[in-house]
Design a protein around this ligand. Structure first.
Ligand code: IDC
Length: 524
């Protein structure tokens, strides 16, 4: 963990250095024209802190981007820690790190620095960009080279990167179909390239090729005000207590979706609004990994998840992105996919205080805390933190997220981390409640990100008396919760009667016994 912290600090220091040299500017540059083709891209990059304008408040969209500027942005986008540079140039550390990482060869930008402030060629820029953000990407030679009218002008050492960039839609060519490998690139164009590549970093081509296609997924969710998040801002964990940005205790209560692949329709804007209208302040989006979920259809699952998260943000709610492992009980089995998924999500939602990350719904089967779940958590937390330094991250534990005592004995080091406990009122009782008290007294923050009024299989009951005992217990301890689940499946844990309209507004007739009970408990 010390190594990780050092890495994080290095990244923070690197950002600070770049913030100082040259001085930072936020969106709202004096020379970025409203409704210009590049305005949204420049704003988004600036808001994410990935690029800065000139000290006089200009961005210089038409200026050719220099090698140093391009590499500094690439280093920031990739979260690469700086190395010690050989010159006093403001970007020497970034350039040295990029060179060491193999993003370019020393002869392309000699370390002596004479080309650092020259415009970078488009072919070299593409090479650096692809190495930095999409190192696994490959392009089909015949198909992609045929799209590039001036392919013959390309230096052979850039074939691979340029073909991959075309394959991934990162580079597209000018109106005449030319790439112009030796020409420079404007700062506005560079911005668009970075954003397109970032949009693809949510996964490898094999797993998530078109997921973050900026043509199809809205650049930014629409935020509304007057609700929970605009009042409370960024969440933080103080001791064992979830607090708002001002440091006051806050309790989140709301619904979990059912599996997006089956009941995604109840994550539409109106359904979430109906839930919020009853007092919920959080919504959990359950994206199964197995069971026909993300691992079998990553593109459509991610699009659905993004839509659901955006809908929750649009309702000014907190929203939990749940990597819903269940039949795939060992989170390490798909840690690579989880890493790219969470870094994509954290990049997209870095600026949104709404988003919490639940990194593994319910580890189960032959897994241990120390052997698999904790190391998994450390990797995923690092991926999220590269983008989102303060979002709250929820960590599961073995035995379907009931073994919080194992986590308490050996917790993950870091800020704003909480541990999930899941219960079903028809199956679990005092023993698990006692366990919560034990871990709280040892300082472990607990979040009940999933519970049901039914038995653990989602059916039976409903067990409303037992549920009330549980909810009173949680209320006395200011513990947040999400109920399983907002759907109309005919199982007792479902909150809605079969056939309930997505639009609402929902009344008692639309709700099951479970739904009526749960909806009446959002506020206390
Ligand atoms: C259940 C659903 C059920 C679905 C099943 C899929 O309610 O309709 O067929 O998953 O395997 C959990 C899991 C959650 C379960 C729920 C109820 O997180 O996915 O949903 N449960 O069994 N942990 C404990 C209970």
């Amino acid at each position: 963990m010390r190594g990780k912290m050092a890495y994080l600090w290095a990244a923070v220091l690197c950002c600070l250095a770049v913030l100082i040299l040259p001085p930072a500017e936020c969106a709202g540059f004096s020379d970025v024209e409203e409704d210009s083709w590049y305005e949204a891209a420049v704003d988004e990059m600036a808001e994410r802190g990935l690029l800065h304008g000139y000290p006089d408040g200009r961005f210089g969209p038409e200026d050719p981007i220099t090698a140093a500027q391009f590499v500094a942005i690439a280093v920031r986008c990739a979260g690469l820690p700086p190395a010690s540079g050989q010159t006093a140039h403001w970007a020497a550390g970034s350039l040295a790190a990029a060179l060491q990482a193999g993003w370019y060869d020393w002869d392309e930008l000699p370390p002596t620095g004479e080309t650092f402030d020259q415009p970078i060629s488009r072919q070299l820029a593409i090479k650096i960009l692809m190495k930095a953000l999409l190192p696994q990407a490959k392009g089909d030679f015949n198909r992609q080279s045929a799209r590039i009218q001036d392919f013959a002008d390309l230096n052979g050492r850039y074939y691979e990167a340029v073909l991959a960039a075309y394959e991934y839609g990162v580079a597209t060519g000018d109106e005449a179909g030319r790439f112009r490998p030796e020409s420079s690139l404007t700062r506005a164009e560079a911005c668009t390239l970075f954003l397109r590549a970032l949009a693809k970093t949510g996964g490898t081509k094999e797993t998530v090729s078109e997921v973050f296609d900026i043509e199809t997924s809205p650049l930014q969710p629409v935020v509304s005000s007057g609700g929970t998040v605009s009042k409370n801002g960024w969440l933080q964990v103080v001791g064992t207590q979830l607090c708002n940005e001002a440091g006051e205790p806050i309790v989140l209560r709301g619904m979990s979706s059912h599996g997006l692949q089956w009941y995604g329709q109840y994550t539409g804007r109106a359904s979430i609004e109906n839930t919020a209208a009853n007092g919920a302040n959080v919504f959990r989006v359950a994206m199964y990994t197995g069971e026909g979920g993300y691992l079998s259809q990553p593109e459509s699952m991610t699009q659905q998840l993004i839509q659901a998260v955006d809908n929750a943000i649009g309702n000014d709610l907190y929203v939990i992105i749940d990597w819903h492992i269940l039949s795939d009980g060992n989170p390490m089995s798909h840690v690579t996919e989880a890493e790219s998924f969470f870094s994509g999500m954290a990049a997209r939602y870095a600026q949104y205080p709404n988003v919490l990350y639940e990194i593994c719904n319910e580890p189960n089967g032959n897994v241990t805390w120390a052997g698999e779940v904790k190391p998994y958590a450390e990797r995923i937390i690092a991926a999220i933190r590269a983008w989102s330094p303060r979002a709250v991250i929820l960590i599961g534990s073995p035995t379907w997220s009931q073994d919080i005592h194992l986590a308490a004995a050996n917790p993950v080091v870091g800020e704003n981390l909480m541990y999930t406990l899941h219960f079903y009122a028809g199956t679990h009782g005092k023993e698990l409640r006692d366990r919560i008290d034990d871990v709280l007294s040892s300082g472990l923050p607990v979040f009940v990100s999933e519970w049901g009024t039914s038995r653990a299989d989602g059916s039976g009951g409903v067990f409303l008396e037992e549920s009330a005992v549980w909810l009173d217990f949680l209320a006395q301890r200011n513990i947040s919760w999400c109920n399983w689940s907002l759907c109309d499946k005919s199982e007792t844990s479902a909150a809605l009667r079969p056939g309930t309209s997505l639009e609402g507004p929902w009344g008692e007739v639309d709700m099951t016994d479970s739904g009526k009970f749960v909806f009446s408990r959002f506020l206390h």
